[in-house]
Design a protein around this ligand. Structure first.
Ligand SMILES: *Cc1c(COP(=O)(O)O)cnc(C)c1O
Length: 424
């Protein structure tokens, strides 16, 4: 049976392996629910971008909200990657992983003054500014610190990325970025404010995009803008085309990162912008296919209308199905000869929305392990403690080695920092 996603996650005979490690054995050894990542998968996904950009001034900034675990950041940093952050907390994670702030771009519509100060003191490469009001505040904060904030304006190119409304970000009605009609005026304002230095332009049109078309449309808009802004005497050093490339969860057929980037570079060159530093901010496409969520089957509960397979992972571990009705493939870690039954795979949480997959054919028994595939992105990083459930442990696999990269949370971790009222 071939599986969608990573070539490093496949069956050997009847056993699911992630690189050289049996997933069921990892489940036994580390307990479940358990996230497991393939290092070769993560690096392979990054290498696809790097191949296309070879020989150019470029930086790939991993959008770490997709998976912000320190060892994941470290893996990418060692391979020459930069980082796209969206909060002060993510900056602290980058620094805790031993990574230089000069490799960081700071995105997000709601940066606080405190976050700006910390980022300026740490020395981030660039702020991706999302509104005129933010420009004014950043100018003041930088001036107070006697620092210069390098800025890029995130422009909303008003293109339809053709993706789920919750993860589409480049349309007029979205909260993100500066309207492209306002961009020139914003650049003029930025150039006039103290404490700011214009260095680039960026956009990010959405997530899980499976077509090249919207990227090319956005690129053309961005190049038009660069020409206008530079004609007004404001040089734009880098062009950052954001992230958003989709992955295969089931039968999606996104372009490879290499093809997408090569296509964009061809257009950039054709329009005479080939000298520019090019940046991308991929998240999902770097980590999505490289991770699985391993869970133990607790109970099978046959019913008149539905059969339920109750597993020990839940919506607090993996929110994508409940939040976006995302479809993620679920497979048994050890194949049984019996014919499969259709199950709704659900967790223990007291919500009907707590499901990982519906109507999934599985041949499993209580005590078996199942794996949710392509769970490397927006999975662990969105996990919560709902129902006072500790977050899962995480393991990084490379070849036949497996390292625990995050401890499972214990109950005491969950109420640390809470306070009882004074006794009366
Ligand atoms: C989330 C995000 C990304 C990454 O999106 P993916 O779909 O995961 O590639 C890139 N840039 C910005 C500004 C983002 O908010």
């Amino acid at each position: 049976m071939t599986l969608p996603g990573s070539p490093h996650i496949a069956y050997r005979d009847d056993d699911l392996f992630i690189e050289g490690c049996s997933v069921a054995e990892l489940g036994q050894r580390f307990g479940t629910p358990l996230y497991v990542y393939s290092r070769a998968s993560l690096l392979g996904a990054l290498a696809a971008y790097q191949r296309a950009l070879k020989g150019r001034d470029h930086l790939i900034c991993y959008a770490m909200k997709a998976n912000s675990t320190l060892a994941v950041l470290q893996t990418f940093a060692q391979a020459g990657c930069g980082f796209d952050i969206v909060s002060g907390g993510e900056l602290e994670r980058v620094l805790a992983a031993g990574i230089e702030a000069s490799l960081v771009v700071f995105s997000g519509v709601g940066k606080t003054r405190a976050e700006m100060r910390r980022a300026l003191e740490a020395g981030v490469m660039c702020f991706n500014v999302e509104s005129e009001a933010e420009l004014e505040v950043l100018s003041r904060v930088a001036s107070e610190l006697h620092k210069t904030a390098r800025v890029s304006l995130r422009v909303n190119p008003d293109v339809d990325a053709g993706t789920h409304p919750y993860i589409s970000t480049g349309l007029k009605g979205n909260k993100f970025g500066v309207a492209h009609e306002r961009a020139l005026a914003c650049y003029q304002r930025a150039a006039s404010l103290p404490g700011l230095q214009v260095v680039g332009i960026d956009c990010h049109i959405g997530s899980q995009i499976t077509d090249t078309g919207p990227y090319l449309d956005a690129l053309d808009r961005m190049l038009d803008l660069i020409e206008q802004v530079e004609a007004a005497g404001i040089p734009i050093h880098h062009l950052d085309l954001g992230g958003g490339l989709g992955i295969t969860y089931t039968d999606e057929t996104p372009p490879s990162a290499e093809l997408l980037v090569k296509g964009l570079l061809a257009r950039i060159d054709a329009r005479g912008h080939g000298h520019r530093k090019i940046m991308f901010e991929p998240g999902r496409s770097l980590v999505g296919n490289g991770g699985v969520l391993v869970s133990e089957v607790l109970y099978l509960k046959p019913g008149a209308e539905k059969n339920f397979c109750i597993v020990d992972a839940a919506m607090n571990d993996l929110m994508r199905p409940a939040m976006y009705e995302a479809w993620m493939k679920i497979v048994a870690c050890q194949l049984r000869p019996e014919a499969p039954t259709n199950f709704d795979v659900v967790g223990p949480i007291c919500e009907s929305g707590d499901w990982l997959g519906r109507d999934r054919p599985l041949a499993v028994q209580a005590g078996d392990f199942v794996a949710v595939l392509s769970a490397g992105a927006y999975s662990m990083s969105m996990a919560s403690n709902y129902n006072t459930r500790g977050r899962a442990a995480e393991v990084m696999v490379s070849g036949d080695q497996a390292w625990l990269i995050r401890d499972r949370e214990e109950a005491a971790d969950l109420f640390r920092g809470e306070h009882l009222l004074p006794r009366r």
